[in-house]
Ligand binder design. Sequence first.
Ligand code: DC
Length: 197
Amino acid sequence: MIFTVAIDGPAAAGKGTIARAVAERFGFAHLDTGLLYRAVGAMGGDPVAAARALSASDLQRDGLRTLEAGQAASRVAVIPEVRAALVAFQRRFARAPGGAVLDGRDIGTVICPEAEVKLYVTASAEVRAHRRWLEVGGDAARVLAEVIERDARDMGRDDAPLKPAVDALVIDTSEMGADEAVARAIAAVEDRLPPVP
Ligand code: DC
């Protein structure tokens, strides 16, 4: 069965939690596409060459989850040649037999517009910054400023900007627990799964 769940949204909205839970529930493969951009940003040097040479082992590097790695990822992600170099891998993953969940910024709009389920997971900048701060600590005002800066860059770029696909189900987690958000995502997938013969 080919079945893609595309999950887009801004940083720290809860995409990863939902993506992992959906993948586990249905036995689908999961790709956190932010890791691709984080790895390219962390490699230094020419980001286009880094994106073209990216391999699976680059996604295992230490330090890819930090705020700095997120900012570096967001900066290399505005470069059209970097994005182009990462498209084929993501498309193959999305349409591989067995079902796939991909979370990122442009999965439902650019990478896999034919996805069977599209979710746009969001929350207020304040709530997202607070969640990030609980994970990384440090200066809360700086964490909020970073979230706002990254949103502006990810939503304002010309190539594949972050926005909900027209047919995406929007899940706002500002005042919603993880359990409810996951339950809504699972219900959306169950609605679209082909009937068992
Ligand atoms: O989801 P994340 O925080 O790991 O993503 C890091 C950055 O990578 C994000 O700010 C923008 C970029 N990104 C992207 O442009 N497209 C994606 N599909 C995933 C991430």
